[in-house]
Ligand binder design. Structure first.
Ligand code: PAF
Length: 282
């Protein structure tokens, strides 16, 4: 696997592949790779001749009091995993390479409406940071395909809208959430959890599955289902951020006659904020 730290190096290398007529798939990450990320790379290998992964802990998508400094960084293990999964190129720039003039007056990509709900409401500026860095990566790599995990369901929808609105024309693929043997969604932030907190965190997926089952059985009072789910979280000492039954395409609140739905959840287990979701087709 070739490793580039500079955008100019990356562009030069990718031009060579393009001249050879090779298709390119991009897998953007923030590193600390787990099985979920490996699945993204494996999917990308199926889709294109050359897979480019990026590892960049993007400061623009972290709020002032969030975990930017303590976000886990494991470059050696990540390189091993990417190589084994068939990644051809790793782009891992410094903050200065991506934001040479700093963040304060950098151009920001803002994807309206869909960015404003759920995680966007709880983490102001988060999706602007995500959309901006992904836009930069799309421009640098100019991939045919890009692959993202559906654990970050709202992120995927935000990027999909940006891709359409700004005419990138990239084929986007969302890959199903990888889970541990108990059902906990894999996340780099699981590393912050104690064994007891990991057990507690299972309530999130259990409640999502239970709510989805109630909907499949005919429950249509979505506000009542959301309230009940939040009460379940609280009864297990999980602090709910949101638990929202939404339309799968726009993530706006669902109505009783919608058929393609998703339930999005975010909650605090101790000092760790976790997200998860489940799609529901009625
Ligand atoms: O999902 C992530 O890891 C990040 O939000 C992404 C898409 C790599 C942008 O920094």
């Amino acid at each position: 696997m070739k490793i580039c730290h500079q955008a100019s190096e990356l562009r030069q290398l990718l031009n060579t592949y393009r001249r050879e007529g090779k298709s390119i798939a991009l897998v953007p990450t923030m590193g600390n790779l787990h099985r979920g990320h490996v699945r993204l790379v494996e999917k990308a290998v199926e889709l294109a001749d050359v897979v480019v992964s990026t590892i960049f802990v993007n400061p623009m998508q972290f709020g002032r009091h969030e975990d930017l400094d303590k976000y886990p960084r494991t470059p050696d293990a990540d390189i091993e995993k990417l190589t084994a999964a068939g990644c051809a190129v790793l782009f891992t720039p410094s903050v200065n390479e991506m934001y040479p003039l700093g963040l304060d007056d950098h151009t920001v990509v803002s994807v309206p409406a869909i960015s404003e709900r759920h995680c966007g409401a709880s983490r102001p500026g988060h999706f602007e940071g995500v959309a901006t860095v992904v836009c930069k990566l799309f421009n640098l790599v100019q991939p045919d395909h890009a692959v993202f995990g559906l654990k970050d369901y709202q992120q995927f929808k935000v990027i999909r809208k940006m891709n359409a609105d700004l005419c990138f024309g990239i084929q986007l693929t969302g890959v199903a959430t990888e889970r541990d043997e108990n059902g906990l969604a894999l996340s780099s932030r699981n590393g912050y959890l104690s064994a007891e907190e990991k057990h507690t965190a299972l309530t999130i997926i259990q409640t999502l599955r239970d709510t989805a089952a109630q909907m499949q059985n005919g429950a249509r009072d979505f506000a009542a289902l959301e309230q009940a789910a939040k009460a379940t979280f609280e009864s297990r000492l999980i602090r709910p951020d949101y638990f929202s039954i939404c339309k799968a395409d726009t993530l706006a609140p669902a109505s009783a006659d919608d058929t393609d739905l998703v339930i999005l959840a975010a909650a605090w287990v101790g000092s760790t904020r976790l997200i998860d979701n489940i799609e529901v087709n009625l």
